[in-house]
Design a protein around this ligand. Structure first.
Ligand code: FES
Length: 204
């Protein structure tokens, strides 16, 4: 028996419905720039008023004297006493000591970068790959790549997003006289440390 061919795509949407949809989309686009999206995103909370140690997975505080050049570790910030909260992706950061050619051999805070691991595309977790020919952040989901020097996406879907959603949020660090690395209190705003899952305006 002959089968009835499927209706053409969109064949069930009347012209009137189509115009209504276009009007709705236009309304959303009109108001989008005025919405403070940052207020709706889950930035990490906790005691952020004092500097905190960069605590490595080993439990030790990172030290400029022995943390390897061109190496990274995932760290939690801000850390709480609740192990469940500490597993939130929005508290997960990539602590990177840059490769030597980008200044990673220096014995001061400029050798380090700390970026949110939440990819700016669809929130998978990216990480830093130190291998020769890579030396960049890569997201396993859709291939976004991040410059370790700035946190800016330079390939993949995150790189196609407009500012600030093409640059990763960043934490600032300092190194004390003993070489220990500390995270300075952040300001969660796109023009300062950024908003986790949303981005940061690049001002370096
Ligand atoms: S979620 Fe990272 S590239 Fe899509």
């Amino acid at each position: 028996m002959a089968q009835t061919p499927p209706p053409p795509i969109g064949g069930k949407v009347s012209r009137r419905d189509f115009l209504k949809l276009m009007a709705a989309a236009g309304t959303v686009m009109t108001f989008t720039p005025f919405v403070d999206w940052g207020k709706f995103l889950p930035n990490p909370t906790g005691n952020l008023s004092e500097r905190q140690p960069v605590e490595l997975p080993s439990g030790e505080q990172a030290n400029v004297k022995d943390f390897p050049v061109n190496h990274s570790e995932a760290i939690i910030y801000p850390k709480t006493k609740d192990e469940v909260l500490n597993k939130e992706a929005f508290r997960t950061w990539q602590f990177i000591r840059l490769p030597e050619e980008l200044g990673g051999a220096k014995n001061d805070a400029s050798a380090f970068r700390v970026y949110s691991m939440v990819c700016l595309h669809l929130w998978c977790l990216w990480k830093y790959f130190p291998d020769t020919g890579r030396k960049r952040g890569e997201c396993p989901c859709h291939g976004s790549m991040y410059d370790p020097m700035t946190g800016k996406a330079f390939a993949g879907p995150a790189s196609l997003q407009g500012p600030p959603s093409n640059v990763l949020p960043r934490l600032d660090v300092e190194v004390d006289k003993d070489g220990k690395v500390w995270i300075l209190p952040p300001t969660w705003s796109p023009d300062k440390n950024g908003i986790v899952g949303y981005g940061r305006f690049l001002n370096v």
